[in-house]
Design a binder for this molecule. Structure first.
Ligand code: FAD
Length: 379
């Protein structure tokens, strides 16, 4: 059963469950105080900026909640990289991954049968709930890339397919970070670390070695079997939408389902699902249903399965409005900006250089708490 509500009033209330101080010292633990807001942030229902301002307005001392603000900034950083590099993030960004022996996903990961209890459990949970804890994502990616020597792209697409929060920038670039194609180091999982953060007490697995011996290992037997996965998005049947040719049109995507966007305007509202896109970046039926249910929060929303050209043919003379997103670059009309956390929107070679550039603004926004109305009142 899914643990993620799709009701807008309930989603708004999730903000009040954020525990930003506890987050800082527990987020790496499997039961840590993580927010689980990513399915809503990825789908554009909530923005990083709204969460940032909400946390600020709670009156915390900045230094005690900085970790959460920094993690939110990671999301924006990957999005800015995506804006800058475009589809180049689909390939090794800075260095070729090495060594690789195939372009597939190890069967043991797909089946959740690696023998590493915490990892296997998290894979079954991903299938059940559409969510995986960040640390587990890192372990899974490390097992695929650095132990099974899979090229990162195929297993990344498998994980993306099942995640409610599937966000191609956070996904592809995090996989690349683990595989060492986007930085100089690889991320190497180790059983002691897993035992500590997942409360297991396992010994004798292929990860149960000191760090300096792990990376030299030949592919463990349990990871040798691989297979090509058939990942397919079961898009709904397209019905003829009822549109008013005299009205402007708001065009939504599975990355923008913001119920507050232009909510007071009298418009046609269309969620466009482009088959060509989903062929390249497939999502599971569960993820699709999550998206379709989120779309119900927007009054008058109609679904169109087709290309942008299909919409233009249906509405040749109306103004089309949409929100900026790398996957919507081929759309045309009136493009609204996204809600970034900071005005620093340039590309930086590393997250920490980006973070440094944002520091003045972070402190300024924090200091203005008493003078600015809440960006996101819960009622
Ligand atoms: C291999 C791998 C694949 C990933 N794939 C995705 C993906 O497809 N979609 C996705 O949204 N995130 C992805 N992440 C990033 C991260 O794991 C999730 O954003 C996070 O686990 C979401 O859970 P949460 O909302 O409870 O996060 P919290 O820890 O509560 O963090 C709060 C918010 O900060 C942002 N955030 C936190 N950590 C990261 C991070 N490492 N990178 C970017 N933003 C972050 C998210 O918006 C998140 O909702 C991936 C990470 C790895 C290592």
């Amino acid at each position: 059963m899914s643990q993620f509500t799709t009701s807008w009033p309930e989603i708004r209330q999730l903000m009040s469950q954020i525990r930003p101080i506890k987050y800082g010292h527990t987020r790496n633990f499997v039961d840590g105080a993580v927010t689980r807001l990513s399915p809503y942030i990825s789908r554009g229902v909530l923005s990083t900026r709204q969460v940032f301002h909400y946390v600020r307005d709670q009156g915390h001392e900045y230094s005690r909640v900085e970790k959460l603000i920094q993690e939110l900034a990671w999301r924006d950083y990957w999005q800015l990289c995506w804006n800058h590099y475009g589809s180049a993030i689909d390939d090794d960004l800075r260095h070729a991954q090495s060594p690789i022996v195939h372009q597939h996903t190890p069967r043991a990961l797909v089946e959740g049968s690696t023998g590493v209890v915490a990892v296997d459990r998290s894979i079954h949970k991903l299938y059940e709930t559409g969510y995986m804890h960040n640390h587990l994502r890192m372990y899974v990616a490390s097992i695929a890339c650095n132990f099974a020597h899979s090229h990162w792209r195929a297993p990344a697409k498998w994980m993306y397919y099942h995640l409610f929060d599937g966000d191609w920038a956070s996904n592809a670039l995090s996989w690349q970070w683990v595989a060492g194609t986007n930085s100089h180091k690889k991320y190497v999982a180790n059983q002691d670390n897993i035992n500590k953060y997942c409360y297991t007490d396992q010994r004798g697995t292929f990860l149960d070695r000191p760090y300096d011996q792990l990376i030299l290992e030949k592919i463990p037997k349990v990871l040798q079997s691989t297979g090509e996965l058939s990942l397919h998005t079961p898009l709904p049947q397209s019905k003829n939408p009822e549109l008013d040719a005299k009205l402007p049109t708001a065009l939504y995507s599975h990355y923008n389902l913001d119920p507050l966007w232009r909510q007071d305007d009298n418009m046609n509202r269309i969620l466009l699902l482009e088959p060509q896109h989903f062929k390249q970046y497939p999502i599971s039926e569960k993820v699709l249903n999550f998206i379709l249910n989120l779309a119900k929060n927007i009054e008058g929303m109609q679904i169109v399965v087709g290309s942008f050209a299909t919409v233009k043919t249906m509405l040749p003379d109306t103004e089309i409005y949409y929100k900026e997103h790398p996957f919507s670059r081929h759309w045309s009309g009136q493009m609204d900006p996204r809600d970034w956390m900071f005005s620093e929107c340039g590309v930086h070679r590393s997250f920490f250089s980006f973070w440094k550039a944002c520091q003045r603004e972070v402190k300024l926004i924090w200091s203005q708490r008493k003078d600015t109305p809440s960006l996101f009142p819960l009622r």
